[in-house]
Design a protein around this ligand. Structure first.
Ligand SMILES: [Zn+2]
Length: 221
């Protein structure tokens, strides 16, 4: 990863003091359709409606956009790291063609039983990204579709924005009924619109919800 190509997060935007330092994006269920049998090829990478336009819109904030993804299919021997790399190269090319960018990608290749520190809901990938990109995670946003994403965001101190385009949409909706501070929106486009609304109201994007104890949320799914 060429860090010198990352856009500065302090330049060129009138809302810069209210912007997060970076936006983390989950992949499956947030950007593309999640498959129970894993995305194993470029042909199986199907973008969710509006996702590419949403990333293009997000890119206009001029802050780093970082993909954070569990890909246990590698550890399970279903895909090779090289296949995941080629899928991600294709993903980035599609994003670029739509006018957006993905600045960095952090992947956990492990199976759940390996007990690694990077598989979400652990915050390891976020901690790695923060170290590499010199980010204050409390000043970052994580957009994802799963309880694991929510808990990883909270464990790292990021502002979670949850989208209802994944397999845990119903679980998140139930959680939002109990936790009124949970930010749950329809999809990635709505997540970016939510950020725009915060900025338009003069509110910092990351101050929407108090950070809860991570143990307060059960890990379903
Ligand atoms: Zn891992």
């Amino acid at each position: 990863m060429d860090l010198t190509r990352l856009p500065p997060h302090t330049l060129g935007n009138p809302h810069r003091k209210l912007l997060p330092q970076a936006v983390f994006l989950d992949r499956d269920g947030t950007i593309n359709v999640e498959r129970a049998d894993y995305v194993k090829s470029i042909g199986e990478l199907v973008f969710l409606a509006g996702a590419l336009a949403a990333i293009s819109n997000l890119s206009r904030f001029e802050i780093p956009i970082v993909l954070i993804t569990n890909q246990s299919a590698i550890g399970r021997g279903i895909v090779t790291p090289e296949q995941i790399d080629s899928i991600h190269a294709h993903l980035r090319a599609c994003v670029r063609a739509a006018g957006g960018r993905i600045d960095a990608i952090y992947t956990c290749p492990h199976r759940p039983d390996e007990g690694c520190a990077c598989r979400k809901p652990k915050p390891g990938l976020l901690l790695d990204a923060a170290a590499d990109l010199h980010l204050d995670l409390r000043q970052c946003v994580f957009i994802g579709d799963s309880i694991a994403d929510l808990n990883a965001a909270r464990a790292a101190g990021c502002q979670p924005i949850m989208v209802g385009t994944g397999r845990q949409a119903q679980a998140l909706a139930r959680l939002a009924e109990i936790e009124h501070s949970l930010v749950l929106v329809a999809d990635l486009s709505a997540a970016v619109e939510w950020m725009h609304r915060r900025l338009a109201a003069g509110l910092h994007v990351c101050d929407a919800a108090p950070v809860l104890e991570t143990g307060a949320v059960s890990q379903r799914g």
